[in-house]
Design a protein around this ligand. Structure first.
Ligand code: PLP
Length: 321
């Protein structure tokens, strides 16, 4: 692998003209290399941002005008609605809708999530593609291993690259992949002007993570499928949500107190937030999302540990439910 290039400046050529790279807010070699690789994976023109939420902010501020409304998939990552609420004073509005059906009329952007976190619904991509507004698919949990939304009519793919793409819980990054090169040029210009730029070190960690993305995600999918199946027949588990792809699932125990006992009783599965890393993590989402989720909902991100060992850990913890 190329070493990380942490420079912020590169010399002009012998005629005093800037070359491809000259100041890192405009572009830098390690970030550009990671973008090229990500663009190949999702089949479009990729831009990196300092976090998934940074990517969300940059995308909506660049694409929308004050007074515009976003149709947001209900039950998707709650932080996305928090970001939109923070932008309300700039005139941005959103309405929630059921992404398994068609988006409402009269909106300027459609925002889907595949699958939604933590409800694990899959969007109706065909219905969204026939909507007049541009379509964004947050494909963080599906990853390009399972879904390439641009091939299904989406205009933009968004990733919290912090999750599966980087994959080791040591890099905070976001990405937008565009179907149309002019749209990517506009986003790139907006990013340079606003300075919402990813760091070279994080981009290098992403490049390293992408080398193992396919094997990691396939293994995590196998493990999550296995755990979802076993959870479905566990007497203490009321409902299991799994989209059939990816390493993310959620399930409900009887109430919030039971969820708290279960999440604090695992030994192998770490009681922490986030998802998509090589280490399995599980948490009650009620602490963050409140009444938006059932109090007994636990979200589990399967890592690369042995599936039987993970099941033994879960089974022992569920005795406390
Ligand atoms: N989208 C999804 C589906 C997420 O799960 C998250 C983070 O949890 C984000 C976006 C935001 O990404 P970040 O935490 O990198 O800002």
């Amino acid at each position: 692998m190329e070493p990380v290039d942490r420079s912020t400046i590169w010399p002009y050529d012998e005629h005093g003209e800037p070359g491809r790279f000259y100041y890192s807010r405009y572009g830098s070699p390690t970030v550009a290399e990671a973008e090229a690789r990500l663009g190949e994976l999702d089949g479009g023109d990729a831009l990196l941002y300092p976090s998934g939420s940074g990517a969300t902010t940059a995308l909506v501020l660049s694409v929308l005008e004050p007074g515009d409304t976003i149709a947001l998939a209900a039950g998707c990552y709650f932080g996305t609605s928090v970001t939109f609420q923070a932008l309300a004073k700039w005139g941005l509005r959103y309405v929630e809708f059921d992404q398994t059906g068609a988006p409402p009329d009269g909106v300027q952007l459609v925002w889907l999530e595949a699958p939604s976190n933590p409800f694990l619904t899959m969007p109706d991509l065909e219905a969204a593609a026939s909507h007049a507004a541009p379509v964004v698919v947050d494909s963080t949990a599906a990853t390009p291993v399972h879904l390439r939304p641009l091939e299904h009519g989406a205009d933009f793919v968004l990733h919290s690259a912090t999750k599966y793409l980087a994959g080791h819980d040591d890099a905070l990054l976001g990405a937008v992949i565009c179907r149309d090169p002019p749209a990517a040029d506009e986003l790139r210009a907006f990013r340079t002007r606003t300075g919402i730029v990813a760091a070279a070190d994080a981009a290098w960690l992403l490049l390293r993570g992408l080398k193992t993305l396919d094997v990691r995600v396939r293994r995590q999918t196998e493990t999550a499928s296995e755990l979802a199946e076993r959870l479905r027949s566990h007497p203490k588990v009321q409902v299991v949500r799994y989209a059939g792809i990816g390493g993310l699932l959620s399930f409900d125990v009887v109430d919030g107190a039971a969820a708290r006992r279960v999440e604090t009783s695992t030994r192998l599965i770490v009681n922490a937030t986030s998802l998509g890393g090589v280490t399995s993590v599980m948490e009650s989402r009620y602490r963050w999302e409140g009444d938006r989720v059932p109090p007994g909902l636990l979200r589990l991100s399967a890592g690369l540990e042995d599936a039987d060992a993970l099941w033994s850990d879960l089974e022992a913890a569920l005795k406390k439910a």
